[in-house]
Design a protein around this ligand. Structure first.
Ligand code: AGP
Length: 369
C-alpha cells in the first residue's frame, strides 16, 4: 500500500497532486489547440442530437453533482443550452417531465452509483438520449448510457473525491466548447483561446499546489473550529459547496457552502469571531460584490480566508489569510480554486487525527439506495 501511495501519506494527497497530470490525460488526444479542434468520439457521433438539445438535464450525486453544477454555467454560457442539475436520488422518485429532445448527462466517478443508475434508466424509458461522464472504464453506468466520455483520471482510491471532480469539469468543458463551436455560439478566436487556456491549467494547478505549506498553516489556525462557511458566486458557487463537502467528509466539521449573495438571507446570522468563512473571490465574476460580502463578514468579526487571483489587493486588506491562484478565464477558475480547498480539508483532517482515506460511515461508491 505504501508503494501505491507513491510516497504520500494518504491516497487523497497523492490524488490531489495527480491533478495536473490527470487533467492532461483527460484532454490528451481530444484537444488540438493549434488546429482549433476538439475530437471526442462520443460527442462527434451524436453531434446533431447533442447540439440540438432543447435542454440538458444533469443527474449525479455528491461531488459529481457539484461538477454538474459547474457545467450548468459552462453549457449555458458557451453553448446557450438551458441546463437543469438534479440530484439523481430526487429525480428518480419524482415524475420528472422529460422530452424526447432532452439530453440527460449522467456524471459518476465510479459508474456504479445506484441512484444515478436508476435516474438513467428512467430517462431512457422516457425517450431521452443519455450521455455518461464516468471515470471507471467499463463500469455499469458507462455501459447503460447511449454514449459517453471517460474522464481518464486514473483510479481514485480516497473516498473523498478530488481528481475525479476536476477531470469531470475538464470533460464537460470540452463537450460544451465543442457544442458551442458547432452551434456557432462562440467565435473561432474565443474557442481557440479557451483551448489554449485549458492547456495552461495543469501548470497553473502545480503553482497552486506550491502553496501547500501556507494552506497547512491556515489549517492549523482553524482546525478546532466547530463550523465553517464557504462562499462563492457564479462558477465558484459549486466550488464553495464542494469545499464544504470535503471538510465535512474527512474532518467531520460542520460546513456549509452558499452563494455569497445569499449570505444576507440567513447565514450571516451565524457570523461571529468564532466563524471561519472561506470566500472564493477571484478577479473574474462579480468580484466587487464578493468584496462587499467580505466587508460584511469583517464587520461582524468573522475570520476570512480568501481565495484570490494573484496580485489581488482589496481582499488582502480585509482577509485574515489569502491564498492566491493564477489568473485564468472565468469558466476555468473552478479548476484552480478547488485545489486549496482540497488541501485545507486534508490538512485539517490529518491534524485532527481522522481517517482521511476512509472516513467513517462513507463508502467510495454508494451502490445501495
Ligand atoms: C465525494 O467526495 C463523495 N465521496 C461522494 O459525494 C461521491 O461523489 C458520490 O457518492 C458520487 O459518486 P460517483 O461519482 O461515483 O457516482
Amino acid at each position: 500500500e505504501q508503494i501505491e501511495k507513491g510516497g504520500y501519506d494518504h491516497f487523497m494527497m497523492k490524488e490531489i497532486y495527480e491533478q495536473p497530470s490527470a487533467i492532461m490525460d483527460t484532454y490528451r488526444g481530444r484537444m488540438l489547440p493549434n488546429e482549433g479542434i476538439i475530437r471526442m468520439a462520443g460527442v462527434d457521433d451524436n453531434i446533431e442530437r447533442l447540439a440540438n438539445a432543447k435542454r440538458i438535464i444533469v443527474v449525479a450525486c455528491g461531488t459529481s453533482w457539484h461538477a454538474g453544477l459547474v457545467s450548468e454555467y459552462i453549457f449555458e454560457d458557451l453553448a446557450r443550452i438551458p441546463v437543469e442539475v438534479e440530484y439523481a436520488s430526487e429525480f428518480r422518485y419524482r415524475n420528472p417531465v422529460i422530452y424526447e429532445n432532452d439530453v440527460v448527462i449522467a456524471i459518476s466517478q465510479s459508474g456504479e452509483t445506484a441512484d444515478t443508475m436508476a435516474a438513467i434508466k428512467l430517462a431512457k424509458e422516457k425517450g431521452a438520449f443519455v450521455f455518461g461522464v464516468c471515470n471507471v472504464v467499463g463500469s455499469s453506468i458507462s455501459r447503460e448510457t447511449h454514449a459517453g466520455a471517460y474522464t481518464h483520471a486514473g483510479p481514485e482510491i480516497g473516498v473523498a473525491s478530488t481528481k475525479a471532480f476536476t477531470t469531470q469539469i475538464t470533460v464537460l468543458t470540452l463537450i460544451a466548447l465543442k457544442l458551442a463551436k458547432y452551434k456557432g455560439t462562440i467565435s473561432d478566436s474565443e474557442f481557440r483561446f479557451h483551448l489554449q487556456e485549458l492547456e495552461r491549467i495543469p501548470a497553473k494547478i502545480s503553482q497552486v499546489l506550491e502553496k501547500n505549506e501556507q494552506v497547512k498553516e491556515i489549517a492549523f489556525t482553524y482546525k478546532d473550529a466547530p463550523n465553517c462557511l464557504y462562499l462563492g458566486r457564479g462558477y465558484n458557487f459549486p466550488v464553495a459547496l464542494e469545499g464544504a463537502l470535503k471538510l465535512k467528509e474527512i474532518s467531520y466539521i460542520h460546513a456549509e457552502g452558499y452563494p455569497a449573495a445569499e449570505m444576507k438571507h440567513g447565514p450571516i446570522a451565524l457570523i461571529d469571531e468564532q466563524m471561519p468563512v472561506v470566500v472564493i473571490a477571484t478577479n473574474k465574476g462579480h468580484y466587487d460584490k464578493v468584496v462587499s460580502n467580505i466587508q460584511e463578514i469583517k464587520s461582524r468579526s468573522g475570520k476570512i480566508i480568501g481565495i484570490v487571483t494573484e496580485g489581488d489587493e482589496a481582499v488582502k486588506e480585509l482577509a485574515d489569510y489569502v491564498i492566491e491562484v493564477p489568473e485564468t478565464i472565468e469558466s476555468l477558475t473552478p479548476l484552480l480554486t478547488t485545489i486549496p480547498l482540497q488541501l485545507l480539508s486534508y490538512h485539517i483532517a490529518v491534524m485532527l487525527g481522522k481517517n482521511v482515506d476512509q472516513p467513517r460511515n462513507l463508502a467510495k461508491s454508494v451502490t445501495v439506495e
